[in-house]
Design a protein. Sequence first.
Length: 218
Amino acid sequence: MRIVFSSLAALFLSAGCGAADPGAQPQTSPNASASADEVAAATSPAHDVLIEGADPGLIDQGAWWSWAGSKPIGSGPVEDETGEACATNQGSEVWFLAGTYGGRIERSCDIPAGMPIVFPIVNTAGGAGSCDGFLEDASGTATLDGMDVQVHEMPVEELTIDLVNGNAAFGDGGRFSVTGCGLWVALEALSAGAHLVEFEGASGGYATAATYARSRRR
């Protein structure tokens, strides 16, 4: 099995105060909440400034895939159409964001204070060979409040993932060893208030789009 998550996303956020079946067909996946106009009005205009972001050591591909597959089909964070699943099964170290399995979506997401943010721009996982040629074809960019954000290429690595039965990504539940890689972003915890994150990425024929918007603080 090979699962691919690729993204074209505009992400509007509010920060708080204070071994799978190798024969399955590939799928596209994940990316995160007031209206876009409200949030855009509260963010800065575009700048040619690179934000280095958080320590890429915060990027845990296996943990993200386990999170993406932590709910049965129809209720997982990748399929979420409103953002109500944004906080589903989040950990205590980082806050994950997801793309989609295809098409554009708008979501709301309130993020607790002090929580770094990690998300893939385009990524894949599956059996041996899942990453063959994937990174060579992968491209993507991300911005935070109009400023470019550093994108990290996470090389091929063996991952251990824990999935619930009937999850949308792999189907089967249990613990699996898979091969994963992709382009990722790690952001420092955001200041309180509305923020705008935009990112887009693709590899081969895979591409998706998502919007996360929110003005209410948490």
